[in-house]
Design a protein around this ligand. Structure first.
Ligand code: NAP
Ligand code: GDD
Length: 349
C-alpha cells in the first residue's frame, strides 16, 4: 500500500520539526512548506537530511508562504495530501502587537487560504488547525475546556479565534474532516529563543559560562500550563486518526508562574534567579493573559492522549541542553553554527 502523504505548513518551526519526525517514523511521505528567508531557516529539520537514521526517509520541502494563496493552491495540487497540518504562523504574541496586520494575514487569512485549497482540490483530506489557548485570553473560567468562551487579548489571539471558527465552518458547511487542537503552551530545547522559557534557559547556560550577567524579563507573575512539544505533536496526529473531526484541548492540567520556571531553571545550576533577573518594561504587553490552565479530559478520554513529560523534567531538559550549547559556544565562539545546527542570536522579545 502506498504511504500516506502529509503536508505541513510551519515545518521549520518547533512543532513542525517534532511532527515531521513523528510522521516519518510512522512511514508517511512528508512534504513541508518553507517560506523564503535571507538566512537559512531549516536548522530544526536539517538533521533529517544529514543523519543516516533519518536520511532514507521521505521528506520534501517546497517554497511557499501563507500569504500567497496561488502558491498554496499549486502546492496542494502537486502534493495531493491525505493529511494537512496547518502549523505556520507569526506565532509571537508580543510581536503581534507590533505587526497586527501581518500576524493576522498568516494566522487568520493563511488558515482560510489553506482550508479553501483543501476544499477545492482534496476535499477528502484531513485537516489539523493549530489553535491556541491564547484564544481564551482574559479567561472566563478555570480550568479552560473546549466549551470555555474565547476572550482574546492580542492580535495573535484574535487571529487564532478567526481561524478556529473558519475551521469549524469548513467542517459544518462542506463536510471537511477539519479539527482544531487547542494547544496550551508547549516548549522544548527547540523552542524559539524569544519565548520566555527558552529565553530563560538560554540565559542560564550563558550566565553559568560567564557569557552573560543579567536577564531582562517582563511579567514574572504570568501563569501558564506548560507541556513538552514532543508530547503535543502526538495529540495532533491522534486527532486526524480519530473517527470524526472535533476540537480538543491539549494541556497538562497544571499551571506554573514564570517565577517558578526561573526558580527551577536557575536552581538546576546552583544559582539564585534573583541575583540575575531584572525587569524591563519593554517586555510588558499592552494587554496580558494572566493565567492559563487547561483541562485535557476530552483528549484523554477520546484520543487516549496523555502528557509524558512533567514540568520539572521539561525545565531541566531545556536547561541541560542550553548548558551544553553555552559550553560549546564558550569554546568555539558565539554566532558560530552549533553542532545541532541551530544558529544563535540574542533574544529580543
Ligand atoms: P514557531 O516555532 O514560531 O513556528 C512557526 C512556523 O511558521 C515556522 O516554520 C515559520 O517559518 C512559519 N511561518 C511563519 N510565517 C509564515 C508565513 N508567512 N508563511 C509560511 N510559514 C510561515 O511556532 P510553534 O511553536 O512551532 O507553533 C506551531 C503552531 O502552533 C503555530 O501556529 C502556533 O501559533 C501554534 N501554537 C503554538 C503553541 C506553543 O506553545 N508552541 C501553542 C498553541 C498554538 P520560519 O521558520 O521561516 O519562521
Ligand atoms: N516572550 C516573553 N519575553 N515573555 C515574557 C517575558 C519576556 O521577556 N517576560 C515575561 N513574559 C511572560 C509573557 O508576558 C507571558 O505572560 C508569558 O511570559 C509567556 O510568554 P511567551 O513565552 O511569549 O508565550 P505566550 O504565552 O505569550 O504565547 C505562546 O503560547 C501560546 C499558547 O498559549 C506562543 O507559543 C503562542 O504562539 C501560543 O499560541
Amino acid at each position: 500500500m502506498a504511504s500516506k502523504r502529509a503536508l505541513i505548513t510551519g515545518i521549520t518551526g518547533q512543532d513542525g520539526s517534532y511532527l515531521t519526525e513523528l510522521l516519518l517514523r510512522k512511514g508517511y511521505d512528508v512534504w513541508g512548506i518553507v517560506r523564503r528567508s535571507s538566512t537559512f531557516n531549516t536548522s530544526r529539520i536539517d538533521h533529517i537530511y544529514t543523519d543516516p537514521h533519518w536520511s532514507s526517509m521521505s521528506l520534501r520541502l517546497l517554497y511557499g508562504d501563507l500569504t500567497d494563496s496561488g502558491r498554496l493552491t499549486q502546492i496542494v495540487e502537486e502534493v495531493r495530501p491525505d493529511e494537512v497540518y496547518n502549523l505556520g504562523a507569526q506565532s509571537h504574541v508580543r510581536v503581534s502587537f507590533d505587526e497586527p496586520e501581518y500576524t493576522c494575514d498568516t494566522v487568520a487569512m493563511g488558515t482560510l487560504r489553506m482550508l479553501e485549497a483543501v476544499r477545492r482540490i482534496v476535499p477528502k483530506a484531513r485537516f489539523y488547525q493549530a489553535s491556541s489557548s491564547e484564544m481564551f485570553g482574559e479567561v472566563a473560567e478555570t480550568p479552560q475546556t473546549e466549551n470555555t468562551p474565547f476572550r482574546p487579548r492580542s492580535p495573535y489571539g484574535v487571529g487564532k479565534v478567526f481561524a478556529f471558527h473558519q475551521t469549524v465552518n469548513h467542517r459544518q458547511a462542506y463536510g471537511l474532516f477539519a479539527s482544531n487542537g487547542i494547544l496550551f503552551n508547549h516548549e522544548s530545547p527547540r523552542r524559539g529563543e524569544t519565548f520566555v522559557t527558552r529565553k530563560i534557559t538560554r540565559a542560564v547556560g550563558r550566565i553559568k559560562h560567564g557569557m552573560q550577567k543579567k536577564l531582562y524579563l517582563g511579567n514574572l507573575d504570568a501563569q501558564r500550563d506548560w507541556g513538552f512539544a514532543g508530547d503535543y505533536v502526538e495529540a495532533m496526529w491522534l486527532m486526524l486518526q480519530h473517527d470524526e473531526p472535533d476540537d480538543f484541548v491539549v494541556a497538562t492540567g497544571e499551571t506554573h508562574s514564570v517565577r517558578e520556571f526561573l526558580e527551577i531553571a536557575f536552581g538546576r545550576v546552583g544559582l539564585d534567579y534573583q541575583d540575575h533577573v531584572e525587569i524591563d518594561p519593554r517586555y510588558f504587553r499592552p494587554t496580558e493573559v494572566d493565567l492559563l490552565l487547561g483541562d485535557p479530559t476530552k483528549a484523554r478520554e477520546k484520543l487516549g492522549w496523555e502528557p509524558r513529560v512533567s514540568f520539572r523534567q521539561l525545565v531541566e531538559m531545556m536547561v541541560d541542553t542550553d548548558l551544553a550549547l553555552a559550553h560549546w559556544e564558550a569554546e568555539h565562539g558565539e554566532g558560530r553554527l552549533a553542532p545541532d545546527g541551530l544558529y544563535r542570536t540574542r533574544p529580543a522579545n
